[in-house]
Design a protein around this ligand. Structure first.
Ligand code: EPU
Length: 341
């Protein structure tokens, strides 16, 4: 049993828990430190019928109002090697570890697999829910298992990667099982021999490198790209990409390509093409535009920023205006990557 009582904060400001830096409050907020503590908290909350929201680093959230319930946040922090051979290493990581601290540690040990995902804000638990991705890699490629607790029963359940139904920024935890399981740890499988993904434009320069670059060298290059394109969370509030890149039927793409011969695109299948939302938004002239305290980031129009004391309404209205103009001009409906709470 624990010696310390569970620390519950009331009428708690969420400003430090969302990277947009929006002011909203939770009726109760609980940081827990272990699976045992989480199970105990859930049993108490279950009896009171309390609404529950579990958050990670708040890097993908838009608080639209105060939360009239209890917000839970994991402080389960460990990084342990489960096995290690001459090809692979299996590493089990607590859900409350900062994602980039994990990436930094893997690069330091020269394990390959997470380096392209360096510097993404957020925490390990959310990485497995959101299937975070960048520079040609999605986290599902290194996930082996996801350890969870079922909210209703408090029972543990381990999901094999094959059960997680991963897709582009998508998983079973965002769909069918949304809110039903809380991730407590993620088991990753990384490579102890060099395996690099350098297809993304600016990373290609590492190909001319003598020998294969180290995981640390790839990580450093990724961080440099991110710092040049994306706002620093400490300096300018945002939630990274606000919209997903839309996947459209090939006919829709052909209609656009008839007028815009240089439309960037990625072929997903025979029938489907992905078009960068940043390009669509840019073509509609949104770069740098402001709406109240919110704005479209000048260097990457897929990112909405809290320029000057933005309210949730400023951001939501700006997002709607952008959606409307992309729909009008290109007949494509954008959908937010950010979760509205
Ligand atoms: N583009 C423009 N104008 C701009 C910027 C970009 O037209 O001002 C076009 C360019 O054609 C460019 C294309 O958009 O080639 C794609 O831009 P970028 O390479 O910056 O990537 P993205 O598709 O906008 C995605 C992820 C990012 C991830 C990058 C790199 C999504 C929703 N976003 O952005 O993820 O870092 O690729 O892999 O898939 C995030 O999810 O929060 C995030 C930042």
């Amino acid at each position: 049993m624990r010696d310390m009582p569970i620390a519950i904060s009331h009428n708690y400001s969420l400003r430090e828990h969302n990277t947009f830096g929006l002011e909203a409050k939770a009726r109760q907020f609980i940081d827990y430190n272990s699976v045992e503590e989480l199970v105990e908290i859930l049993s108490i909350l279950r009896d009171s019928g309390e609404p529950i929201l579990h958050i990670g680093g708040g890097s993908n959230l838009l608080f639209t109002r105060d939360f009239e319930g209890t917000i839970l946040h994991s402080c389960i922090k460990f990084i342990e090697e489960v096995s290690h051979d001459d090809q692979e290493v299996v590493v089990r990581v607590g859900s409350g570890v900062k994602w980039d601290e994990f990436c930094a540690e893997m690069a330091r040990r020269n394990y390959y697999g997470s380096e392209n995902l360096s510097y993404i804000p957020g925490e390990v638990g959310a990485s497995a829910i959101q299937n975070i991705g960048a520079y040609g890699v999605e986290v599902e490629s290194i996930i082996q298992q996801v350890e969870t607790i079922e909210v209703l029963s408090g029972e543990p359940r381990v999901f094999d990667k094959s059960e997680c139904e991963y897709g582009y920024r998508d998983s079973i935890f965002k769909n069918r099982l949304q809110g039903k399981y809380i991730v407590t740890a993620v088991v990753y499988r990384l490579s102890t021999v060099p395996v690099v993904h350098l297809d993304y434009g600016p990373l290609q320069q590492l190909r001319s490198h003598e020998g294969v670059p180290t995981a640390q060298e790839v990580r450093d290059a990724v961080i440099a790209i991110r710092q040049s394109k994306l706002p620093e969370p400490d300096e300018l509030g945002s939630a990274g990409s606000f919209f997903k890149n839309p996947v459209v039927p090939v006919e829709v793409f052909r209609q656009i390509a008839a007028s815009y011969t240089d439309v960037p695109h990625y072929v997903i299948s025979e029938d489907e093409i992905k078009i960068p939302a940043a390009w669509l938004i840019d073509q509609c002239g949104w770069k740098g535009k402001r709406h109240g305290g919110a704005a479209v980031y000048e260097k990457q129009p897929l990112i909405l920023v809290n320029k000057d004391h933005a309210t949730p309404a400023d951001i939501m209205e700006l997002a709607t205006l952008i959606e409307q103009s992309v729909l009008e001009k290109f007949n494509i409906q954008l959908s937010p990557e950010v979760n509205y709470i």
